[in-house]
Structure formats: structure tokens, C-alpha cells
Design a protein around this ligand. Structure first.
Ligand code: FKS
Ligand code: ZN
Length: 345
């Protein structure tokens, strides 16, 4: 399977995130992607770099106003005399105006974000844009006829919406790739998000669309991040009604119930009849993950890959979460190997 990667991800290196009232070292760190790369090379997978793209395919998913903000954010923060990472401290919740962009930089940070876990750093824009290019390069392989590709993206993407960042995500790599598949002629694309956390950004981007089926299996938002979206009754709206499906599972759920949800989601992919499948692949479902509470073990990722391969669709894996750095490489490799050994590319 083709793997696309760039070391530009290392330019995004947050120092601290807020976690329950305390500043703790960022869980989402460069070592994560380095560990996955090392495991992929160790088992002989071919790794290539990304092509370059203009902003147009990213603007198909994100607003120009938001992208301009991200692009200039670090320079504006520096102009305020700041050297440490930028974090917001105020947000326009219910009843506040979203249409007027405040002049104040920190107020803008709040307008374009939803948590305090996602520091913006000197290299964030360059790294996030590079990750989108990684996803777009993998997308081109699929559009060109490849059976499968893995976009080793960092920072991750599935929490980022059309005009907001959060949950360690800035640009929604999987959504950009799915939209590019449509723009290259796919009539329908299915997204099946297997990260532990609900892909709220991806859901919101395609919520009114009938050409992109969005499904997510995740920890129940009643107790798990991102808390405010990802319930089972969110099924799409307008033309998109019926084209969004959530499978929230209680924290601590058994692996058997996780695979039951996967089975249901795969059935819906099959019924939808897409030209391609995009899989936001987080391995924070692993039993040893430090911030998540499912119980998948290493061999379960082989089974996940094999089940996805049985859909017999061109498949684009896009890397998302996973914080057990010592096992992250093995778990990702197992998902991809499981796919290949079951007849995928
Ligand atoms: C609340 C802590 C909030 C944020 C968790 C973010 C999860 C990110 C992810 C991604 F794939 F995007 F990386 N923690 N007390 O794993 O979904
Ligand atoms: Zn996650």
C-alpha cells in the first residue's frame, strides 16, 4: 500500500494543553507520527512524499476567512510580544455574534476554536497545510486507480470544521480528501471514522450532503470528548437526511460490541454504493491508550483492516488519533496489513 508522509509535521509541536483545569504536556506530539513511520518502514512499506497543491482544494471544505486567520495567526501572536503557544480564553457561545470578526487576536482565536487542548504554534500552519497535501496526494493515488493508500497525517483533522479548530485538529484532512474525490468525479464517497472520538468536524462539514455518507464509531459523547456532538439521533439534515450515522458506545465497551458497530456501519457503506471509502484511522481505541476507554488489542486492528478490505472499495486511510506511542506503530501497521492480507492493495 502506498504511504504518503512528510516530516513537516514536526513543525507543529505544541507544548501544553489544558486538561481538566491543568496545563499538561501535549498528548498530540511529533513522536506519534515518527513511531508510525518507523513501524511502516520496518515492515517494508513504500513511503513517498506529498505533491504540492494550491489552497483551492482546501477551500472546498474550509472558509477562506478561517484559512487566512490560520495562515497569519502566528505572526500576529508574535507581534503581541508572545513567544509561547497561543491558546484561546474566550468563546462566542449561544447568543453571541459570529458574523463580525473582532479585531482582538485572542478574541479571534476563540471565534475560530472550541477548546483549550489545541495550541497554535510557530509551525502549525505549515504543518497543517502539509498534512492536507499528504491527504490530497493519497487521494490522487486513489483517483488514479490505486486500491488503497495511507495518508500519514499530522496534525490530525477530524475535529476541524469549516471554520474552526479544536481537538488537536486545524484542517480536516479526511474531509478535504473526500471532497477532492467528489471533485474528481466520484458520484458518492463514504467516510467511516474509527477514531475513539466523534469526528464532529467531518459530520458538520457534510451534514446536509447526500453525496457523502459520514459514519463514526466512538465513545459516547455524554461522557467522552467532544461531548457536544456525536449522538445516535444525528442523522443529517435537508438533502443530507439519512446520510450521517453515529455509533456512540459507552466508555469501557467490549471489543465485541465495537465490531458489532463496525458491522452495522459496513452494511450501510455497502448499501450506499460509494465509488470510494475514506477511513479516518485513529488507534486510540487501543486498550492501552492513555486518554480513551475502549478495549481493542493489537490483533483487533488486523481484523478491522480485513473487514474494511471485504467492502472491496478503493480505500483511503487518513491518520487521526492514538496516544500510546509505544504501540501506535504496531496498531496502525496491523490495520493496514489486515487490509492488504484480506485482498486489499
Ligand atoms: C478533555 C480532554 C480533551 C482532547 C482529545 C482530542 C482527541 C483528538 C483525536 C484526533 F484524532 F483528532 F487526534 N482531549 N478532558 O484523537 O480525536
Ligand atoms: Zn481520537
Amino acid at each position: 500500500m502506498d504511504v504518503i508522509y512528510t516530516d513537516r509535521h514536526r513543525l507543529h509541536r505544541g507544548e501544553f494543553e489544558f486538561f481538566a483545569g491543568e496545563l499538561v504536556p501535549c498528548y498530540e506530539k511529533p513522536e506519534r507520527a515518527d513511531a508510525v513511520l518507523a513501524a511502516l518502514t520496518a515492515c517494508g512499506m513504500a513511503v513517498g512524499g506529498p505533491e504540492s497543491f494550491c489552497l483551492a482544494p482546501i477551500e472546498r471544505v474550509h472558509t477562506p476567512r478561517y484559512l487566512r486567520f490560520l495562515e497569519s495567526a502566528w505572526q500576529r501572536w508574535r507581534a503581541l510580544g508572545k513567544e509561547r503557544d497561543a491558546l484561546p480564553d474566550v468563546w462566542p457561545i449561544r447568543g453571541f455574534r459570529h458574523d463580525i470578526e473582532p479585531d482582538d487576536f485572542v478574541a479571534q482565536l476563540g471565534l475560530y476554536s472550541f477548546d483549550t487542548a489545541t495550541p497554535l504554534t510557530a509551525g502549525t500552519w505549515t504543518a497543517a497545510r502539509a498534512a492536507a497535501e499528504v491527504a490530497l496526494t493519497a487521494q490522487r493515488r486513489i483517483a488514479g486507480g490505486a486500491r488503497a493508500a495511507f495518508a500519514l497525517t499530522r496534525p490530525p483533522g477530524h475535529h476541524a470544521g469549516a471554520d474552526f479548530f479544536g481537538g488537536y485538529c486545524f484542517i480536516n484532512n479526511a474531509a478535504v480528501a473526500a471532497q477532492a474525490l467528489i471533485d474528481d468525479g466520484a458520484r458518492r464517497v463514504a467516510i467511516l471514522d474509527v477514531d475513539y472520538h466523534h469526528g464532529n468536524g467531518t459530520q458538520s462539514i457534510f451534514y446536509e450532503r447526500a453525496d457523502v455518507l459520514v459514519q463514526s464509531i466512538h465513545g459516547d459523547p455524554k461522557t467522552e470528548y467532544p461531548y457536544y456532538l456525536g449522538h445516535a439521533d444525528e442523522t443529517g439534515s435537508g438533502a443530507g437526511t439519512g446520510f450521517n450515522r453515529n455509533y456512540p458506545l459507552p466508555a469501557g465497551s467490549s471489543t465485541a460490541s465495537w465490531f458489532d458497530a463496525l458491522e452495522a456501519a459496513c452494511g450501510r457503506v455497502r448499501d450506499f454504493g460509494p465509488a470510494a471509502l475514506v477511513v479516518p484511522l485513529g488507534v486510540d481505541t487501543y486498550v492501552g491508550d492513555p486518554i480513551s476507554r475502549f478495549r481493542l488489542d493489537r490483533p483487533d486492528y488486523l481484523r478491522l483492516g480485513a473487514r474494511l478490505a471485504a467492502l472491496r472499495l478503493p480505500t483511503l486511510f487518513v491518520f487521526e488519533g492514538g496516544y500510546a506511542v509505544a504501540e501506535i506503530g504496531e496498531n496502525v501497521v496491523n490495520a493496514l496489513r489486515g487490509f492488504e492480507e484480506a485482498g486489499g492493495a
